[in-house]
Design a protein around this ligand. Structure first.
Ligand code: DP6
Length: 361
């Protein structure tokens, strides 16, 4: 599908009002998206596990208004007005207006809440933008009821990408790939697709425990971080590496070779942080406890031969990944050994999920 496929056809009569609720999951990238071109086009392809427990629920109440010359919306986060999110939503609406031309016809009341603790340091932009895009797409579906499921999901992902790149991987499950790759049919820079190849069952129920090492504001936003890849001395090599890691991962995802999986996933996480350490300006987003956790994971893996590994986002929190068959012993290890490195001992057990769902109103 191309941009043109997402331009709307003729609408039937606009409804006067309505309310929609969608719950969209967070996702964790195995091959990372880091670096982009305007507008929200990734410099390299990425792939992620869709999560289950970590999710954002968003309701959108829409009411027809008299004039259609500007956007009008109220934003509530966990029940309270959240004006500092408004500019991001405003930019998002401006970017998507040509694809959803009814936006200025309505006043929207957008209410959003996360399943994970407030200010946990977990980015909610992926799940938040995905949930909002799905609500808006559902309004479009009322105007164009014959729209098919695959267009609905691709366009929701397309819109979500315009809000936050990684959000386009939070619509479907269990593994979502985003970014054009010659060896992945139907892959696109414009939206995420359900991974089209065979997936060994071990990965369909993979566990991810998120260790909340540092819950404060990130030192650098992802948006700023992506910009630092422009003119970065290692950027070209890094982008090529991501392409080739997707090829390698394809074999691993079929074979279920967890030793190879561990190496690829950890290398991706450390490369992401290496890019931040070698950009100008440079950043260290890991905290001392991040490193202590990584070392303990390596020692535990060595001693017990359990295939656990870590991955990181652009922050200090650690995602511990492991097969569900090792759940009991790994979760005991996390409780006994890793929890002490988390802020207030907090962590969240999650696992691979199956994508966003509509909540009946
Ligand atoms: C490190 O999707 O948050 O999590 O497109 O600017 O909103 P924007 O960036 P964002 O970047 C996520 C980067 C990452 C890696 C990943 O999820 O692939």
């Amino acid at each position: 599908m191309t941009e043109k496929d997402f331009l709307p056809g003729a609408y039937q009569k606009l409804p006067d009002n309505g309310k929609l609720i969608w719950k969209a999951p967070s996702n964790i990238a195995l091959v990372k998206y880091w670096g982009k071109k305007p507008v929200q086009i990734p410099a390299n392809p990425s792939i992620s596990f869709t999560l289950d427990a970590c999710a954002t629920t968003t309701s959108v109440l829409f009411e027809k208004k008299d004039s259609n010359d500007s956007y009008s919306f109220d934003l509530l986060f966990e029940g309270k007005p959240k004006d500092d999110f408004k500019p991001k939503i405003q930019t998002f609406l401006e970017r998507i207006e040509m694809y959803l031309p009814f936006l200025k016809e309505y006043h929207f009341t957008i209410e959003t809440s996360n399943s994970f603790p407030h200010s946990s340091g977990i980015a909610s932009s992926a799940s938040g933008m995905a949930a909002l895009s799905l609500c808006l797409m559902d309004i479009e579906k009322k105007l164009n009821p014959t729209m098919d499921e695959s267009l609905f999901h691709a366009k929701a992902s397309y819109l979500a990408r315009l809000g936050s790149g990684s959000a386009c991987r939070s619509i479907k499950g269990s593994l979502v790939q985003w970014g054009k790759h010659a060896n992945i049919p139907k892959s696109s820079d414009l939206y995420g697709i359900e991974y089209p190849f065979e997936i060994n069952p071990v990965f369909k129920s993979y566990c991810d425990t998120i260790l909340l090492v540092h819950k404060g504001q990130k030192q650098v936003s992802s948006t700023v971080g992506h910009q630092l890849m422009h003119g970065h001395p290692y950027a070209e090599n890094r982008f090529q590496q991501a392409f080739s890691n997707l090829d390698k991962l394809k074999l691993i995802l079929v074979s279920g070779d967890l030793e190879e999986f561990v190496m690829l996933v950890e290398s991706e996480a450390l490369t992401l942080h290496a890019m931040m350490m070698t950009s100008m300006p440079y950043f260290i987003l890991m905290k001392p406890d991040t490193l202590k956790i990584i070392n303990k994971i390596w020692e535990y893996r060595e001693a017990t031969k359990t295939p656990i590994c870590f991955t990181l986002d652009a922050g200090a929190n650690v995602h511990v990944l492991y097969p569900v068959s090792d759940k009991e012993k790994v979760q005991k290890f996390i409780k006994d050994e890793l929890a002490e490195h988390c802020e207030n001992g907090q962590y969240i057990h999650d696992q691979v999920g199956s994508g966003a769902i509509k909540i009946n109103t």
